[in-house]
Design a protein around this ligand. Structure first.
Ligand SMILES: [Zn+2]
Ligand SMILES: [Zn+2]
Length: 340
């Protein structure tokens, strides 16, 4: 008897051999048959929308078929970005903030930050990068596709270049340099966090090894195994500002790991930053890799640019309640200087 995967329609070969594999071959939630790849990719810690996160135990990671995954994920799959409007509505002076998540994540990453600005005259747009979140199957992750995704949203939402700010974290910041290089006349400023390490073509041996490891892991491990591997890192971090929820409630999209590495290794911030005429506000955690943060800052044309490092912060510092208020305050202050 030959079985086909209900998600990708591929033939599931060697049913008996499949049983010996670590990943399940059916959806946890329904009787659909899944090939090993699909079962490994659709992995999620189930959350109930609006409820507190469950304890992150390994056994709570489940493999779903595409449909059940989308039903379980807190992301609204009927649209590819969320808008958080200011409390008093939008007017001609409203500033628009484009929030761009890190690698493997989705627009949920800043879903708890953006509403903190709702009492200001800021409109937040939380976007999914290509290959992530609701765009996981419809787009390929490349630097130019990232530019295209951002560009389409700016056009669709009529973003005024004088009042639009790019806010990127980690992968969203590294690719952000590329995006800003191509859309430099569409933004009035940028906030870049978790991007102090040079991982570009001229990076250090250490960074090169890091990328090699990431690429190796992404090509040999399933989403589910990578989720398992990530849990200890999230548990170890002091970050507590909705970190678990904003890591896992929408699922992680590690299947983009190889493409992520390709994108990261192709970006040369030092060549792009001097072309930008607007200021950049940089944030890093002191415990993160950051061999080039001062280089990036020194290349900024606009002298209103600055760098702030949070002592004791790690790669998750922007989800650390010790720093969240201060960081949001600094971002608001930065935006206000651009308004005048
Ligand atoms: Zn499949
Ligand atoms: Zn299912």
């Amino acid at each position: 008897m030959t079985l086909t995967c209900d998600d990708c329609q591929a033939q599931i070969k060697g049913r008996l051999f499949g049983l010996l594999k670590a990943t399940p071959s059916t959806c946890t939630n329904c009787p659909r048959n899944l090939c090993t790849e699909c079962a490994g990719n659709q992995a999620l810690i189930p959350f109930k929308k609006g409820e507190d996160p469950p304890p992150i135990a390994k056994e709570s990671i489940q493999s779903y078929c595409k449909e059940c995954f989308q039903n379980t994920s807190v992301l609204d799959y009927s649209k590819a970005y969320d808008i958080v409007e200011p409390e008093n509505g939008v007017n001609a002076k409203t500033m628009t903030l484009i929030w761009v998540h890190g690698g493997g994540s989705s627009r949920i990453m800043f879903a708890r930050h953006a509403p903190l600005f709702a009492n200001k005259n800021y409109r937040s747009i939380l976007i999914d990068l290509p290959g992530h979140g609701t765009l996981v199957d419809s787009t390929t992750l490349t630097l130019d596709e990232c530019t295209n995704t951002v560009k389409c949203i700016l056009e669709k939402e009529n973003c005024d270049p004088l009042r639009t700010i790019y806010i990127g974290a980690s992968f969203g910041a590294y690719t952000g340099f590329h995006v800003l290089g191509h859309l430099k006349d569409k933004f009035a400023g940028a906030v870049m966090m978790d991007c102090g390490q040079n991982v570009g073509p001229d990076c250090s041996l250490k960074a090169r090894l890091g990328l090699w490891m990431l690429r190796k892991m992404a090509s040999s491990m399933s989403n589910q195994s990578l989720m398992n591997a990530m849990i200890p890192a999230v548990k170890k971090s002091k970050a507590d500002f909705h970190l678990v929820e904003t890591c896992y409630a929408a699922g992680m999209f590690f299947q983009q790991g190889k493409a992520q590495c390709d994108c990261l290794h192709a970006v040369r911030p030092a060549a792009i930053i001097p072309e930008l005429e607007f200021p950049i506000l940089f944030f890093n955690g002191s415990e993160d890799h950051r061999d080039s943060e001062n280089v990036w800052l020194s290349h900024c044309n606009d002298k209103r640019s600055s760098l702030h490092v949070y002592p004791g912060g790690d790669h998750f510092f922007c989800h650390d309640s010790r720093f969240v208020d201060d960081m949001m305050g600094r971002i608001a202050q930065f935006i206000e200087t651009l308004r005048s």
